[in-house]
Design a protein around this ligand. Structure first.
Ligand SMILES: C[S@@+](CC[C@H](N)C(=O)[O-])C[C@H]1O[C@@H](n2cnc3c(N)ncnc32)[C@H](O)[C@@H]1O
Length: 212
């Protein structure tokens, strides 16, 4: 997702930083996320974009807390702003590259992981950048610990096929799989921005859930 640079966002971010949008000293939060969200089950979305998914899920599930990771400042601003306007106590946005997530979380600290419409990186030489590449799966395994769930949605069939192969090769148990989520029996509580865009164009949405 690319947005035209909006200079006012840097200034507006000052209001959100440290409260709803975290971008500095992230290693200080390691092992302390539960203190920020007492009694709530910790869920993470990597590449949360403008946050339609985490905001919607946080509203539906007050018993859970949703942490979104978004590398682009101009985009991370939006979920932070919505969370602040609605005084939500179960949302935080980390504005940073998820590659470094093991510096921010203790092993086993996250219980549910969501990857929604991740960048496909179609060229074979960029396969390692795909968020479902086995190198990332190894990080998620440490992050989630045994029994953690990963839920993945995408419009991109090539990325989906690659991802399912990676899940199998990694030895993960596939507990749900659909090549047309919206016409399946699986729950789909909140549609993401990209999901709404692609499904309105008639593109089927692929979905897979695995257990570590
Ligand atoms: C295609 S968009 C999908 C946004 C949203 N999940 C949705 O479904 O509408 C992918 C987003 O992931 C972000 N992203 C990609 N790689 C990332 C990474 N390594 N760490 C954090 N964010 C990342 C991009 O900046 C972009 O906003």
């Amino acid at each position: 997702m690319r947005l035209r640079k909006k200079p006012w966002i840097e200034e507006a971010m000052q209001d959100l930083k440290g409260e709803y949008v975290l971008m500095h000293d992230l290693e200080n939060y390691k092992g302390r996320w539960q203190e920020l969200f007492p009694g709530k089950r910790l869920c993470l979305e990597i590449g949360c974009g403008k946050g339609r998914f985490i905001i919607g899920m946080a509203e539906l599930h007050p018993e859970k807390a949703f942490i979104g990771v978004e590398t682009q400042h101009d985009i991370a601003y939006y979920p932070g702003k919505t969370a602040k306007e609605n005084k939500m106590d179960n949302i935080k946005v980390i504005c940073a590259n998820a590659e470094h997530m093991e510096d921010w979380f203790e092993p086993g600290e996250i219980k549910e992981l969501y990857l929604n419409f991740s960048d496909p990186w179609p060229k074979a030489r960029h396969a390692k950048r795909r968020l479902t590449h086995r190198n990332f799966l190894a990080k998620y395994q440490r992050l989630l610990g045994k029994g953690g769930h990963l839920r993945f949605k995408t419009d991109n069939r090539a990325l989906f096929d690659f991802s399912v192969e990676e899940f199998k090769e990694f030895g993960l148990e596939i507990i749900a799989l659909s090549y047309d989520l919206h016409n399946s029996d699986y729950d789909n509580e909140v549609q993401t921005e990209y999901e709404r865009k692609f499904s309105s164009l008639g593109t089927p949405i692929n979905f897979c859930e695995v257990v570590f």
